[in-house]
Design a protein around this ligand. Structure first.
Ligand SMILES: Nc1ncnc2c1ncn2[C@@H]1O[C@H](COP(=O)(O)OP(=O)(O)O)[C@@H](O)[C@H]1O
Ligand SMILES: [Mg+2]
Length: 264
C-alpha cells in the first residue's frame, strides 16, 4: 500500500486543500507516483487540477466506470487526484460508519497499482471521514495558521490527535505545519513563537509563507508548480514534499514485523 499522509485540522480555512494539491503536484514533479485523495464532502480538491469528477473515479461514486470520453484526457489511472464525488455519498457514509475497514478497501480500489505516495484532504474535525483517514495514515500533518484563533484551538486539536493516535498503526507519526505565515506581520511572528513554544519539536521548523499566488493558481485550475518561476512559497512547499518523501522512505526501509495491526 502507498505511503499515506493526511493533513487534518480542527479549524476550517487553514489551507489543507491547497497544501494537499500543491504537495502532490510537487511529488509528481519529483517523479513520484503521487495521488491526492479528497475525503472532504466539500469536494473542493479537484478544482486545483484540470479534471472533472465524472471523468475519473471518485471516492463516493461507487458504481463508477470510465466514460468513453475519458480517453480524451489521457489514461484515467494517471490522474493525480481522486475527487470526493457525491453520487453515492449516503451509501458511502453508511459503509464508512458500519465498516471501519471500508475506507482502506476503497482506497485500494481507487488508486493505480503503481501509486506510491498518497496525500489525503480531510474535512475540519469533527467528521467520521477525518477520523477514518487518520486511522489509515502513516503520517499525520496537522495544519495551523499563525493567528490567535488557531492558536486558541491548539489544545482541542491536540486532544483529538491524541485520541485518534490510539486507533492508528503503531509507528504512525504526528507533526504540525504552520501555513500562511506573513513575515510582515508582527502578530504572526508572535503567534509563531507561541506555537513553537507550545509544540516544541512537534511542529516542523520550516513554515509555508502567505502568498496569494496559491489562490491565483487555483483560479486557473492549476497548482503552483504548473506555473512559471520560483517563489518563497514554492520553496517552502518543496521542503515539506521532500520531508514527506524522507518519511515514506523510512517506512519502506523499516523491518516489516514491527507493525501491529490497526483497530480500523
Ligand atoms: N500559504 C497560503 N498563502 C495564501 N493563501 C493561502 C495559503 N494557503 C491557503 N490559502 C488560501 O486560503 C483559503 C483557504 O484554503 P483552503 O485550502 O480551502 O483551506 P481548508 O481546506 O483548510 O478549508 C484559500 O483561499 C486559499 O487560496
Ligand atoms: Mg478544504
Amino acid at each position: 500500500m502507498a505511503f499515506i499522509t493526511a493533513l487534518p485540522s480542527l479549524k476550517g480555512g487553514v489551507g489543507r486543500t491547497t497544501l494537499v494539491a500543491n504537495l502532490v503536484s510537487l511529488l509528481v514533479q519529483r517523479g513520484r507516483h503521487a495521488v491526492a485523495v479528497d475525503f472532504d464532502p466539500q469536494n473542493g480538491l479537484y478544482h486545483h487540477f484540470a479534471i472533472e469528477p465524472g471523468m475519473v473515479p471518485s471516492v463516493c461514486d461507487l458504481g463508477w466506470s470510465p466514460p468513453r470520453t475519458a480517453t480524451a484526457l489521457g489514461r484515467v489511472s494517471e490522474a493525480p487526484c481522486v475527487p470526493f464525488g457525491f453520487r453515492d455519498r449516503r451509501q458511502a457514509e453508511t459503509l464508512l460508519a458500519e465498516r471501519p475497514e471500508w475506507l482502506k478497501q476503497r482506497l485500494k480500489e481507487l488508486l493505480p497499482a503503481h501509486c506510491d505516495v498518497v496525500v489525503v484532504d480531510t474535512p475540519a474535525y469533527p467528521s467520521l471521514w477525518t477520523r477514518r483517514a487518520l486511522q489509515l495514515a502513516d503520517l499525520v500533518v496537522g495544519v495551523i495558521t499563525p493567528d490567535p484563533a488557531a492558536f486558541a484551538s491548539l489544545p482541542a486539536s491536540e486532544a483529538f490527535f491524541d485520541e485518534i493516535s490510539f486507533e492508528r498503526m503503531s509507528g504512525a507519526e504526528t507533526q504540525w505545519l504552520v501555513n500562511r505565515f506573513d513575515g510582515t506581520s508582527s502578530l504572526a511572528h508572535d503567534v509563531l513563537a507561541a506555537i513553537r513554544g507550545a509544540l516544541g519539536q512537534r511542529v516542523l521548523p520550516n513554515i509555508v509563507h502567505e502568498d496569494r499566488a496559491l489562490g491565483e493558481a487555483l483560479a486557473r485550475r492549476q497548482c503552483l508548480v504548473d506555473g512559471s518561476g520560483d517563489s518563497q512559497v514554492l520553496a517552502d512547499l518543496g521542503v515539506v514534499a521532500d520531508w514527506i518523501l524522507a518519511r515514506s522512505a523510512r517506512k519502506n526501509n523499516a523491518p516489516t514485523n514491527t507493525r501491529v495491526s490497526t483497530k480500523l
